[in-house]
Ligand binder design. Structure first.
Ligand code: ADP
Ligand code: ASP
Ligand code: MG
Length: 621
C-alpha cells in the first residue's frame, strides 16, 4: 500500500520524539508499504520565527515571511530522514521546491495548483521513505519563489500529496488520539469519535477545531481521499474522516478548480421575524424552546445586532407549518415584552410567505471571499433583492422572494457554470416530515451516516474573530454584492453575515443594518476600508467589536430535528450568557458571545448535548 503519514509539530518536537516517529515510519515501511512522510516544523518553531520577524518589522514583506517560515520544516525533514537512516531504513528528505509542489504566487496563503509526482515516485521505487516538508511550495517551476500555505498548512500538504500520488490513505499523526467532540484542552471530558463525515469536519475545522486544517478536509472530500487522525504516541485506531464517492477530478488546479459544485433552491419557505426583542440572556432560549415544544422545525435562524437595547430574531420554516410557528411567536412576544425595562418600542412579529432559499455549495469556496461576493453580485444583476443571508464555510444561502427564484437560480447556474439536473425542492424530502426523517437527509448532498444518539457531533470555539456592523445600508439589490465585493477585493473572508430584519426609511430609501464577522487580524483593515467607502456607498457608521467569541455546534443529525437550537440557547441562558448574534446553516449553529464568556459557553454547550465522557484527556505538552 501507498500511505502518506503526516506528523505535526508536537510529534517531532524533540530528538526523542523524532526517533519515535522514525520507528513508527520504519515499521510501516518494513510491513511492505511505500511511505511518504510529511512533517511540520519542530514544536513551536514557526511561532518563534513569526515572533522574530515581528521584532524587526511591524509589517514584514510577505515574500520574506515565506522565506523565513519555510525554514522550520527544512530542519525537521532532515532530522527525520537521518533518524530513519540511523534505523537502517533508506530515506530521503525533500523540500516543497524539490518535489515540485506548485502553488499560486500568493505569499503566506498560497493554494496548491499541482504536485509533480515523478521525483517522489522514483525514490519510492528505490525503496526509500520520502520525507517531504509540509506547509511550503513554490510559485512556479521557473520562478522558484518559496511560498507557504498558511498556518497549520502541513495537513493540506499531506492530503494534497496523497491525492496527487493516489495513495491508499492519508494518516495525520498528532498530539490527541483523534477528532474529539471538542478541544480537550478546554474540555477534558471531550470524547473521541470513531468517524466523522467530511462535511461535518469541514464545518468543525473552519469553526475553530484546529486539529485539521479545513483545506486538508476540502481536498480529502474533493478527491475522496480516506483520511484518519491518530495519536503519535499510541497505536489506537483514531478517527476516520469519511467522504461520499465523488466524481473524477483533475489534479490540475488542485485547490482552485471549482469553487461551487451546486446551486440548490427551496421555494416552500416562510419567514417569521421578531423585531425589537430585549437583548438579554434567555430570549432566544424561550422563543426556540417553545417552538421546539410545539415540534416546529426551523431552518435558518439569524439574530442581528442590537440597536439600542433590542435584537431582531428571524427564522424560516417550511410553509405548511407557518401557522404554528407564527402562533408560537405571537404568544411569546408579549412575554418577552413584559420583561423589558424602559423599552419604549414593542416587540413585533412579522411574517412573510412566498419566500425561497437559494444556495450555492462547494468546498472550493473556503477562504475565497470572492465567491460569496459573486453570488450577491449575480443576484443583483438579475434584479433579485436579498432578504436574509446565511453562510457557512461551504455554503451560502440567500432568502429571496419566491417569484424571483427561477431567475435567481438560472443566473447563479450560469455564473458558476453549473449544468445539469434541477436541484430544487421538488425532489427533496421535507424537514419536519415525521414519517421519514431521512428523506431530506438522503436527498441532500450529505452522505447517509448513522446518526449517533446526539444530533450534535462536535462543538467548536473560535476566539479569533471580530464583528463589524455597518449601520444604515441601503436595502436594494446590489448592496450586499458591492459590500462583500469590496471585502473580497481586499482578500478579507467574511464569516457570519447577518442583515437586520428591521427596516428604516431614510429619505425614501429603505435602510437596514448589516453585521458580519471576519478574522480578527483583518478587522481593523476592513473597518478602515469600509469607513473610507461610506460616503461613496451611502452607508453609516462602521462599528467594530474585537472582544467576541464564536461558539458553534456541528452535526449532520440536526437536519430535521426540532429542538437542537433551543437546547443550545437554553444552555447559554442557564449560565446567563448573552447571545449577540446567531447564524445557522443546515448542519451547524453558531452563536457570538462576549469573548470572556467563550470558554464557558463551549463547556456548557458541550455538557448540554451529553457529549462529555467519564474519562479525562490530558494533552501532553
Ligand atoms: P499538529 O501540530 O499535530 O498539527 P495542532 O496543534 O495543529 O497539532 O492540532 C491538534 C490540537 O487541536 C489538539 O492538541 C487540540 O488541542 C486541538 N483541537 C481543537 N479541537 C479539537 C477537536 N475537536 N478534536 C481534537 N483536537 C482538537
Ligand atoms: N509549521 C506550520 C505552522 O505552524 C505548518 C504546520 O504545522 O502545519 O503553521
Ligand atoms: Mg496542525
Amino acid at each position: 500500500m501507498l500511505i502518506v503519514q503526516k506528523y505535526g509539530g508536537t510529534s517531532v518536537g524533540s530528538v526523542e520524539r523524532i526517533v519515535s516517529v522514525a520507528q513508527r515510519v520504519s515499521q510501516a515501511a518494513k510491513a511492505g508499504n511505500s511511505i511518504v512522510v510529511v512533517v511540520s516544523a519542530m514544536g513551536k518553531t514557526t511561532d518563534g520565527l513569526v515572533k522574530l520577524a515581528a521584532e524587526i518589522s511591524k509589517n514584514p514583506c510577505r515574500r520574506e515571511m515565506d522565506m523565513l517560515l519555510s525554514t522550520g520544516e527544512q530542519v525537521s525533514i532532515a532530522l527525520v530522514s537521518m533518524a530513519l537512516q540511523e534505523l537502517g531504513q533508506p530515506a530521503i528528505s525533500l523540500t516543497g521546491a524539490q518535489v515540485g509542489i506548485v502553488t499560486e504566487a500568493e505569499h503566506t496563503r498560497a493554494r496548491i495548483l499541482h504536485i509533480q509526482t515523478e521525483r517522489i515516485k522514483k525514490h519510492l521505487e528505490e525503496g526509500k521513505v520520502v520525507v517531504v516538508a509540509g506547509f511550503q511550495g513554490i510559485s512556479s517551476t521557473n520562478a522558484l519563489e518559496i511560498t507557504t500555505l498558511g498556518r497549520g498548512g502541513s495537513d493540506t500538504s499531506a492530503v494534497a500529496i496523497a491525492a496527487a500520488l493516489q495513495a491508499d490513505f492519508c494518516e495525520i499523526y498528532t498530539d490527541v488520539p483523534g477528532i474529539l467532540t471538542t478541544d480537550p484542552r478546554l474540555v477534558p471530558e471531550a470524547q473521541l469519535m470513531s468517524e466523522i463525515t467530511c462535511d461535518e469536519m469541514l464545518e468543525l475545522a473552519s469553526l475553530g477545531a484546529k486539529v485539521l486544517h479545513p483545506r486538508a478536509v476540502e481536498i480529502a472530500r474533493n478527491y475522496g481521499m480516506p483520511l484518519v487522525v491518530r495519536s503519535s504516541w499510541t497505536d489506537d485506531p483514531g478517527t476516520w474522516v469519511t467522504s461520499s464517492q465523488i466524481k473524477e477530478r483533475s489534479l490540475i488546479n488542485l485547490e482552485i478548480a471549482r469553487p461551487v459544485d451546486s446551486v440548490t433552491y427551496d421555494t416552500d419557505q416562510a419567514k417569521v421575524a421578531l423585531l425589537r426583542v430585549p437583548d438579554r440572556p434567555g430570549v432566544a432560549a424561550s422563543l426556540f424552546g417553545e417552538i421546539a415544544r410545539q415540534d416546529v422545525d426551523v431552518d435558518l435562524i439569524i439574530q442581528s445586532i442590537h440597536e439600542g437595547n433590542t435584537n431582531d430574531i428571524a427564522f424560516t420554516v417550511f410553509t405548511p407549518i407557518l401557522p404554528k410557528a407564527e402562533a408560537v411567536a405571537a404568544a411569546i412576544a408579549p412575554v418577552l415584552r413584559s420583561h423589558k425595562t424602559n423599552q419604549a418600542e414593542e416587540a413585533e412579529v412579522m411574517v412573510q410567505q412566498n419566500i425561497a432559499k437559494v444556495s450555492i455549495a462547494g468546498a472550493g469556496m473556503i477562504g475565497r471571499p470572492g465567491v460569496a461576493a459573486k453570488m450577491f453580485a449575480t443576484l443583483a444583476a438579475a434584479g433579485v433583492n436579498i432578504q436574509m443571508i446565511s453562510t457557512s464555510e461551504i455554503k451560502v444561502s440567500c432568502v429571496i422572494a419566491a417569484q424571483e427564484c427561477d431567475r435567481a437560480v438560472a443566473a447563479l447556474r450560469q455564473a458558476f457554470e453549473i449544468e445539469g439536473e434541477d436541484k430544487g425542492d421538488k425532489e427533496k424530502g421535507r424537514r419536519g416530515d415525521a414519517e421519514n426523517p431521512f428523506d431530506e437527509f438522503a436527498a441532500s448532498e450529505y452522505p447517509r451516516v448513522p446518526v449517533s444518539s446526539s444530533p450534535v457531533r462536535g462543538v467548536a470555539l473560535d476566539m479569533n474573530q471580530a464583528r463589524l456592523a455597518i449601520r444604515q445600508v441601503q436595502d436594494r439589490p446590489g448592496t450586499a454584492g458591492k459590500l462583500f465585493g469590496l471585502l473580497a477585493d481586499h482578500n478579507i473572508s467574511v464569516d457570519m453575515i447577518i442583515q437586520s430584519q428591521r427596516c428604516r426609511i431614510v429619505n425614501g430609501v429603505p435602510m437596514r443594518d448589516i453585521a458580519f464577522t471576519v478574522a480578527r487580524i483583518d478587522a481593523e483593515a476592513a473597518q478602515k476600508m469600509l469607513q473610507a467607502k461610506a460616503a461613496e456607498y451611502g452607508w453609516g457608521e462602521v462599528a467594530l467589536d474585537q472582544a467576541i467569541a464564536k461558539v458553534s455546534i456541528v452535526g449532520a443529525g440536526m437536519v430535521g430535528q426540532p429542538g437542537v437550537a433551543a437546547k443550545m440557547f437554553e444552555a447559554l441562558a442557564q449560565h446567563h450568557i448573552n447571545i449577540q448574534m446567531i447564524a445557522t446553516s443546515e448542519i451547524k449553529i453558531s452563536c457570538v458571545v462576549a469573548q470572556e464568556e467563550g470558554v464557558k459557553a463551549l463547556q456548557v454547550i458541550h455538557a448540554a448535548f451529553g457529549l462529555a465522557g467519564s474519562e479525562k484527556f490530558i494533552v501532553p505538552a
